[in-house]
Structure formats: structure tokens, C-alpha cells
Design a protein around this ligand. Structure first.
Ligand code: HEM
Length: 365
């Protein structure tokens, strides 16, 4: 049975009309995470270590081990640990190699207790930018439950925030039309979720010394984590994914990474899920992690820009070539955040890391 994307307890009388066309029925099934009714907020955090070069010694960095130690069960009261974490890496627009730990908590209260009880805050605050041999960053998102939506192509295997679910929804109505992402966000029922003007060249903040920089939250920042998992693809599908789908995805992500300022995107990383010990990225899973100045910009890019339209249309050709039977799994989670629901801090990172582009200007300019 098809069900509405917004669960009953979060439904409100709309003051902002939905985008769904009249008498709409989706052509295929997609699902959402259902969180316990008592959930008021969630946390997604990206902790990163930044290096000038990619490692080639078959190991991840000591920095990543350090970050991982804070979420390991020996050190922390398990009830405050993240409910899910994984490691991913990316070479960014400036050619730096970044190893990250992405972690999720079921509430800001649990996250706050973890930062204190694990010793993370004490350690983080003690880092001296001038003594560190590489960069560090944290990007933390604390959406209230009405400001996050997930959509996932299967109801068996969880990804990202879906790991925090109580259950999977049934097939949902609001997907596969432009604007459905917005319609799935409970906050959009009464709020147009507009951002604020961004002056990409706002402040020139050049410095010869490594520094600790905190970036204040940005009004209605839109964050998307959009994941691809082709681990179960048989050889024919795998070949097609590598020869057609992946190159198209990479082009789209490179556009956002290098020219994102043209469409309101502060930063985009196409991340490879990696083994936390060897650093190998052969897990057949990637995700695009992008930060936009507002939801409307993300909508516009996905609906109008050739780089996403090529991905979108390429997907239909892919399905057709495989006669409708595919193992590729797709999901995304979208967060639209109030300024106080964001925390960004960069220690000794280059000037175009993460949302530092909002302060320093975009590297493509
Ligand atoms: C929507 C395909 C990657 C941004 C969609 C939809 C499809 C699709 C089929 C419609 C989904 C639905 O409503 O059921 C793909 C494929 C990808 C991919 C095959 C990779 C192989 C990405 C990435 C981003 C992105 C990396 C951004 C970082 C969006 C957005 C929407 C969307 C924002 C929702 C638009 C709306 O509802 O208004 N994509 N996509 N996609 N995609 Fe992608």
C-alpha cells in the first residue's frame, strides 16, 4: 500500500502548497526511514583529517584511528555512541586527500554526552593548529526531525541516517517528480525554506599560519548525501555501471566541486567508502556529499542542470539495458538546517575546505 511520505505525527495543515502533480502515481517503489515518534532530532557528523598527498602504504592514517577511537565501544558508554559510523575518503578540488569518519546519533542529547564522555571535546579543543602536521575538520548537522528526509530504493539494506530507523516505510507516494524531495520534508508544509544571500567573495582571509576557523551556521543550508551501492551487481551490470553510470556521476560531482558557485553549491565531495584499516576503496559504494545555499538551488541543479539530467536520464537507459532487473541501490538524505543546527570548525585546512568557501570564496572563481 502506498503511503504518504510525511508520517502522521509530523503532518500539518499546509500553508505552502505541495509540488506533487494532480492524480500522481509513482512508476516504481521507494521507501523512507521511519523514526520512533519520540525522536525530536538526529545528528550526522563528518570528522575529517586532511593531507597534502594520498597515502600509498596500504594503511589509513593515525589521525583516522584517533577519530575512530572516540567512537569505539571500549571508551564510551554504549548508549551515547553513534548508532552507526563508517569511513570514507576523497581527493578534493584543491588536490588534498581527506579521510573522514561519518557518524550518526539518534539525538543531540546523546551526541552532546558523547562529545563530553568520550573525551572528544577535550582533545579537539586542545589541538594546536601550528603543531599539527595536517588539517582536521568537523562538520556537524543537528536537524530537528522535521528538517530531514530520506529516500531509499530498497527496504532491506540501510544507509546513512536510515540506520537510526525504527522501521522502513511502505512504498511512498511523493517521489520521482521534481519537487518531491521538498514535499517529503515535514518543515516544507509551512516554511518555504529560503536561504540567505551569499557573497562568494565576502571576506578575503588569507593567512600564512595554520589556523582554527569556525564558520557560523548558514540560514537553511541544504545538505545532501546521495549514495550508490553496486556491490551486488552481477558482471554485466558491473561493467555497465563502471563504463556509463559512474563516469556520468563523476562528471556531475566534478561540476559541483569545481563550478558549484554557479548553482549555489558551496562544496561537493564524491566520497569512496573505504576500509577503516587498509584505506582500500574497493567496497563498491560511493556517496556525493554536497552543501547548497538553499533547497531551491539543489532543486534547480537536479531538475535543470545537464550534469544531473545526464545522471537521471542515464539511469533510465541503464535500467532499460538491463531489462529492468538491477542490483544498483540508491538512496539519499537531505537536511535543511537552521543556523543553530550546524557546527563547522577547520584546523589548519586549506581555504576551500567544506563551507570555508562561503567565507573565503569558491576555488573556481
Ligand atoms: C532525484 C537518479 C545521484 C541529487 C533523483 C531521482 C533519480 C535520480 C532516479 C528521482 C528519485 C525519486 O524521486 O524517486 C540518480 C542517480 C544517481 C544520482 C542514478 C547516481 C548514480 C545524485 C547525486 C545528487 C543527486 C550525487 C546530489 C549530490 C538529486 C536530487 C533529487 C534527485 C536533489 C531530487 C529532486 C527533487 O525531488 O526535487 N536522482 N541521482 N542525485 N537527485 Fe539524483
Amino acid at each position: 500500500m502506498i503511503e504518504p511520505a510525511i508520517p502522521e505525527h509530523l503532518r500539518q495543515e499546509r500553508t505552502v502548497p505541495a509540488k506533487m502533480p494532480k492524480n500522481f502515481t509513482p512508476q516504481f517503489s521507494s521507501y523512507m526511514a521511519r523514526y520512533p515518534e519520540s525522536t525530536t532530532d538526529l545528528v550526522m557528523a563528518v570528522f575529517g583529517a586532511q593531507f597534502t598527498n594520498r597515502r600509498d602504504d596500504g594503511k589509513t592514517s593515525e589521525a583516522l584511528s584517533k577519530l575512530t577511537s572516540f567512537v569505539s565501544s571500549e571508551l564510551v558508554d554504549t548508549s551515547n555512541q553513534p548508532r552507526f559510523h563508517e569511513t570514507a575518503s576523497v581527493v578534493d578540488a584543491s588536490g588534498y586527500y581527506n579521510e573522514t569518519l561519518v557518524a550518526y546519533w539518534s539525538s543531540t542529547a546523546a551526541y552532546d554526552r558523547w562529545t563530553r564522555d568520550s573525551g572528544f571535546t577535550q582533545w579537539w579543543e586542545g589541538l594546536d593548529p601550528e603543531k599539527e602536521t595536517h588539517g582536521w575538520f568537523i562538520e556537524v548537522f543537528l536537524p530537528s526531525i522535521d528538517r530531514i528526509e530520506t529516500i531509499i530504493s530498497n527496504n532491506k539494506i540501510a544507509e546513512g541516517a536510515v540506520h537510526l530507523r525504527e522501521s522502513f516505510s511502505g512504498p511512498v507516494l511523493e517521489h520521482i517528480y521534481w519537487g518531491s524531495m521538498r514535499d517529503r520534508l515535514p518543515a516544507s508544509q509551512t516554511d518555504p525554506l529560503t536561504g540567505s544571500e551569499v557573497n562568494w567573495r565576502a571576506v578575503e582571509c588569507k593567512s600564512d599560519k595554520p589556523r582554527r576557523v569556525r564558520v557560523p551556521g548558514i540560514r537553511n543550508l541544504a545538505v545532501i548525501r546521495s549514495g550508490q551501492d553496486w556491490a551486488d551487481a552481477h558482471p554485466e551490470e558491473r561493467e555497465l555501471y563502471h563504463s556509463e553510470m559512474h563516469p556520468t556521476l563523476t562528471k556531475g560531482m566534478n561540476f559541483l566541486r569545481d563550478n558549484g558557485y554557479e548553482v549555489g553549491c558551496f562544496n561537493c565531495r564524491l566520497m569512496d567508502i573505504m576500509d577503516p584499516v587498509t584505506g582500500k576503496t574497493d567496497r563498491d559504494r560511493t556517496f556525493g556529499l554536497a552543501y547548497f545555499d538553499e533547497l531551491a538551488s539543489l532543486e534547480r541543479w537536479s531538475k535543470e542542470h545537464p550534469t544531473h539530467l545526464n545522471i537521471f536520464n542515464g539511469f533510465y537507459k541503464y535500467v532499460q539495458k538491463l531489462h529492468g532487473v538491477i542490483s544498483l541501490r540508491l538512496y539519499h538524505e537531505v537536511l535543511v538546517l537552521k543556523p543553530e543546527q550546524q557546527f563547522f570548525e577547520y584546523i589548519g585546512c586549506h581555504a576551500a575546505t567544506g563551507v570555508l568557501t562561503a567565507v573565503n570564496g569558491h576555488p573556481g572563481l
